[in-house]
Design a protein around this ligand. Structure first.
Ligand code: DOR
Length: 430
């Protein structure tokens, strides 16, 4: 038995935000709330964690990570990626299929799930590819992917640009009850693009990625999905224009969900000045107006959830001229302190933060977790929202340190990450 005592329990699914205890037995939540552990006898087998001054929340869930295995293990692998997830407070992550070979068949899905068994205990939910080889030509066998354990499909890194293929993909994903996560990029508008198109790209002499390239795909997919009704999800939404379509679709009852990354909520295209390759991401960092719109949409629920797009790259991909650099930054270990900063600035409430990082991703991916209700699986994150630390390569558990926040002071950490009632990560007191 595990007892978490006197923490601030924040569970949006049950509307709870109060100081109390969580009692866990056999991997499930037994009791929760004020005085929940009051009548427990002293027993050496009962492990007690004092959470005084800490937040106790349903385990964080990330719908969008790149763990690079198979094929890119020198950058990250399933073991190191899941360790980074645990240290960041995540109890479950969904991996994107742009591995090498890509996860476009059941054998790769099963391989990834088997590798996760050897890791620290964070739950892995793989996405399979929408098209064979992520080439945008022929659909994968979505039923087989689902049977092997995939929870969704995506060609992330690439967009499914063909309308006819996308229509069939939505139909098949609906049949197989898989989440379809689209990387929204009309590639004819972004050929060789390096960054957001605007005054900064002009100043730096870099080729621009216009926001319309995202907006066109979001609008088109929503139009296609109106009569299909698949579980359509916009990956890493980044533009004000695309948000308008998501908002309107939701108002009209068309199924759509959307995620935003912490980096798109915090950094604008100005961060690229100096040709900082750590700030090269796809979709690119946008304008201040886009950031304001993304923050507002996260707060009002137009954007359902936060996902990191954790994208490890090494010096070979980043210590090169900007145009040659690979897009992406790591995010699993910075997401929580960044989101806590939004809370401190009054942009979202603590409860909305937990909803966006746990309740909503569990609902969207149809996976367990996302609540601290009695009977639920005991996936829990304990957070110290005040703890200050400096981000350095040695503070990271990921194999890579491609993040623009290196050297910066962060506030807030996961002190304990608990999966199935077992503590899989515990931060050593300093
Ligand atoms: O920045 C990104 N990096 N965006 C993507 O879509 C792919 C990802 C990667 O795999 O590195």
């Amino acid at each position: 038995m595990l007892v978490i005592e006197e923490g601030r329990i924040i569970d949006p699914a049950s509307g709870r935000d109060e100081v109390g205890d969580v009692v866990i037995e056999q991997g499930r939540i037994l009791r929760v709330g004020r005085g929940a552990s009051a009548n427990l006898p002293f027993h050496p087998e009962i492990r007690r964690i004092s959470a005084r001054g800490l937040w106790v929340v349903p385990g964080l869930i990330d719908l969008h990570v790149h763990l690079r295995e198979p094929g890119g293990e020198s950058k990250e692998d399933i073991v190191s990626g899941l360790q980074a997830a645990a240290a960041g407070g995540f109890t479950a992550v969904c991996s994107m299929p742009n591995t090498n070979p890509p996860n476009d068949c059941p054998a790769i899905t099963r391989y990834q799930l088997a590798r996760a068994q050897a890791a620290c205990g964070v739950r892995l939910y793989p996405f399979g590819a929408i098209t064979v080889g992520r080439r945008g030509e022929k659909l994968t066998g979505m039923w087989e992917l689902r049977e092997a354990g995939a929870i969704g499909v995506s060609d992330d890194g690439n967009c499914v640009t063909s309308p006819v293929l996308m229509r069939r993909a939505l139909e098949q994903a609906k049949e197989a009850d898989l989440l379809l996560s689209q990387h929204c990029e009309e590639s004819s508008l972004t050929h060789d693009a390096d960054m957001h198109e605007g005054p900064i790209s002009a100043l730096l002499g870099l080729r621009g990625w216009p926001p319309e390239a995202e907006e066109i795909i979001v609008a088109r997919d929503i139009i296609l999905n109106e009569r299909i009704g698949a579980r359509y999800h916009v990956a890493h939404i980044s533009t004000r224009g695309a948000l308008r379509w998501v908002r309107e679709a939701k108002a009209r009852g068309i199924p759509v969900s959307a995620e935003v990354t912490p980096h798109h909520l915090f950094l604008s295209d100005r961060a690229v000045i100096g040709y900082r390759t750590f700030c090269k991401v796809n979709p690119p960092l946008r304008s201040n107006e886009d950031i304001a719109a993304l923050r507002e949409a996260l707060s009002d629920g137009t954007i359902d959830c936060v996902a990191t797009d954790h994208a490890p790259h090494g010096p070979a991909e980043k210590k090169v001229p900007f145009s040659e650099a690979a897009p992406g930054m790591i995010g699993l270990e910075t997401a929580l302190p960044l989101m806590l900063k939004l809370v401190r600035h009054g942009i979202i409430s603590p409860s909305r933060m937990v909803e966006a990082m746990s309740t909503a991703p569990a609902r969207i991916a149809k996976i367990e977790g996302g609540t601290l209700s009695p009977g639920a699986v005991a996936d829990i994150t304990i957070i110290d929202p005040d703890f200050k630390w400096v981000l350095t390569p040695s503070s990271l558990h990921s194999k890579q340190c491609n993040t623009p926040w290196l050297g910066e002071e962060m506030q807030g950490v996961a002190t304990h990450t608990i999966v199935n009632g077992r503590i899989i990560f515990e931060r050593k007191p300093r």
